[in-house]
Ligand binder design. Structure first.
Ligand code: G
Ligand code: G
Ligand code: MN
Ligand code: NA
Length: 250
């Protein structure tokens, strides 16, 4: 990783790439954008999942340069799309507290020419709560740039209600753990329904993650969910596949 990130033009040759997963608006079945997901095809060890290499990058002090590469790559790619779809990029909590994130994001937007309204940053994890004032200051500065902030993995781990009370999120992403249980677990259905109601009560759209079946999508739609993402709508795909995927929607 250190080697891949040491020179910007090394990253792709050493196997780092992004996959893009489509996101659907349920009211009119239109495509709203893609989430960028990091991939690493290691020259020696083959494909390494982000659940493995993102924590390694965090421990090794490499998440900031890796995150910078990911952000720049995602914005560069999105700027080439014919339609002004959104691009969602995951942020490690360590990136939020390191240096000047808002300045860096601004710099990437200027250099890639991507309209700020097309960039959505996904935030998760409990460490934000440990320094609420500072995190809030940084999230507000990001929003002042015109980018939006999504609460990722909502309902699991540390991503919970106190977050919604404190931070100015523009979207709630319901964790896929609740969606996978939607058809057989009445509690999961009640929770999903309640989260949709909660989002709407505070004026924030709700996206369901990990939608794999038509019946899950139907339950979500009938309960007023705004957006969906998951294998049913599309798997994470390389940049090269996006044009043909988009032509299916046109
Ligand atoms: O793509 P996949 O479902 O395998 O991702 C597994 C986990 O890795 C998810 O929690 C996802 O949020 C995280 N992840 C994927 N890409 C990135 C990234 O670019 N940056 C950060 N910080 N996390 C990522
Ligand atoms: O934590 P985050 O939401 O960023 O993680 C997204 C991860 O979820 C990605 O690794 C992606 O590959 C995975 N994912 C996306 N859609 C589905 C799905 O429909 N089912 C399952 N099991 N995983 C999914
Ligand atoms: Mn995410
Ligand atoms: Na998630």
């Amino acid at each position: 990783l250190r080697e891949a990130l040491s020179r910007d033009d090394q990253a792709a040759p050493l196997g780092l790439s992004l996959a893009y997963q489509p996101q659907l608006r349920l009211s009119d079945q239109s495509l709203i954008g893609f989430e960028a997901l990091a991939r690493w095809n290691h020259p020696e060890f083959g494909a390494i999942a982000p659940d493995i290499f993102i924590p390694i990058a965090e421990e090794a002090g490499l998440i900031v340069p890796l995150g910078e590469w990911i952000l720049k790559e995602a914005c560069t790619t999105a700027a080439t799309w014919d339609t002004p779809l959104t691009i969602a990029v995951n942020l490690s909590p360590l990136q939020i507290f390191d240096g000047d994130l808002a300045h860096h994001v601004h710099d990437v937007l200027v250099r890639t020419g991507l309209a700020p309204s097309r960039l959505e940053l996904e935030v998760t994890e409990g460490v934000l709560i440990q320094n609420t004032d500072r995190a809030l200051h940084i999230l507000r500065r990001l929003k002042m740039l015109g980018v939006s902030i999504a609460m990722d993995d909502f309902g699991t781990g540390y991503s919970s209600l106190s977050y919604l009370q404190i931070f100015p999120f523009d979207k709630i992403k319901i964790d896929r753990a609740f969606i996978s249980d939607l058809e057989r677990n009445g509690h999961a259905k009640a929770i999903v329904r309640a989260v949709i109601g909660l989002g709407h009560a505070i004026g924030v759209p709700v996206l369901a993650e990990g939608v794999e079946t038509e019946s899950q999508l139907e339950i979500l739609r009938s309960n007023g969910c705004d957006e969906a993402q998951g294998f049913l709508i599309g798997r994470p795909m390389p940049q090269a596949s996006i044009a043909s995927y988009l032509s299916l929607w046109a």
